[in-house]
Design a protein around this ligand. Structure first.
Ligand SMILES: CCCCCCCC/C=C\CCCCCCCC(=O)SCCNC(=O)CCNC(=O)[C@H](O)C(C)(C)COP(=O)(O)OP(=O)(O)OC[C@H]1O[C@@H](n2cnc3c(N)ncnc32)[C@H](O)[C@@H]1OP(=O)(O)O
Length: 258
């Protein structure tokens, strides 16, 4: 435990002081401003993420050759609203913001006390650990701070099969947890999923693109309640409906695992 804590402290030392991160935040090339309450932490984390990796991290939420036309259309729909033009022709932030996505959250604060050091260093985010483009989880998240909403465009690859020709329910749950969990983190800081209640209404064809829409229901103390719908890309078919509960945690909770 002491070793793990030491590693985490080292990790945060490498992150640099908060003021140096804030200086980074002010630089145009790295500036992201998610302007909802309680988002300073997540903004800092999102901003700091790239510097936690040894070499240039790959942002998995950018288009690749496996993205089909539906995925691209929806991506462009939301991406075009990340920056808008004023009447005077100036560019300014729009209502939506694309979230970058890496295959690891923290390089140094790994936890995982049951793993050897070598294996710990190979730990990767579940949804981003298959390198073959298009094979599994292809997705991109956008957040709308004003409306306290999050959307995710998700293209389900051939390795996610459950019933023949359709997406595995666990893979769907994984994406719902990812989207609502990210949304809850943006709204409330570090959280863990306490409850996910999913109703599967219609199967998702393998290879198709669907839209996940997450919205805040309410916040009560440490509890953040979120709802999420999965629909076909044109919104005409409802695939799943979910309510989720997230509880705010201290980082030490992840280490102690209690
Ligand atoms: C650090 C995050 C950083 C994220 C950065 C995001 C950037 C984006 C990048 C990448 C995206 C990746 C996003 C992935 C997201 C995935 C998230 C997961 O999958 S998390 C894994 C699955 N979840 C677990 O393993 C939890 C296991 N459970 C626990 O650890 C505990 O039970 C915990 C923390 C949930 C609660 O434990 P207590 O001890 O803190 O709290 P107690 O006292 O038990 O409960 C507090 C209140 O909550 C209610 N409560 C607790 N559990 C409940 C439940 N299941 N249903 C209803 N109420 C519950 C209780 O009744 C109590 O309520 P009363 O205060 O009395 O009103």
């Amino acid at each position: 435990m002491a070793r793990s804590l030491g590693r985490i402290c080292k990790g945060f030392q490498r992150l640099g002081s908060l003021s140096s991160i804030q200086t980074q935040l002010r630089q145009p090339s790295t500036s992201v401003s998610v302007s909802v309450r309680g988002t300073t932490l997540i903004r800092t984390m999102v901003q700091a993420l790239p510097s936690l990796f040894s070499s240039k991290p790959r942002d998995f939420s950018l288009p690749n050759s496996s993205w089909g036309s539906e995925m691209m259309q929806l991506y462009e729909h939301y991406n075009s609203q990340c920056e808008v033009e004023t009447e005077g022709g100036e560019k300014q932030e729009g209502p939506w913001r694309r979230l970058p996505s890496y295959n690891r959250l923290l390089k140094y604060a790994t936890g995982g006390v049951y793993l050897s050091k070598i294996i710990q260093s190979k730990a990767r985010l579940f949804t981003r650990n298959i390198r073959d483009p298009g094979a599994a989880f292809e997705y991109v998240l956008f957040v709308n701070s004003e409306e306290q909403k999050c959307v995710c465009v998700f293209q389900a690859g051939h390795l996610l099969e459950g019933p023949p020709g359709h997406v595995h329910g666990g893979a769907i749950a994984t994406m719902i947890d990812t989207v609502t969990g990210t949304h809850a983190t943006i709204l409330s800081g570090p959280v863990m999923t306490a409850n996910l209640n999913i109703n599967y209404r219609s199967p998702i064809p393998l290879g198709s693109t669907v839209l996940l829409e997450s919205s805040l229901d309410k916040k009560e103390g440490r509890k953040t309640f979120i709802s999420c719908k999965v629909t076909s890309s044109d919104g005409s078919k409802l695939h799943t409906e979910t309510t989720a509960l997230f509880l705010s945690i201290n980082f030490s909770h992840l280490l102690l695992g209690e």
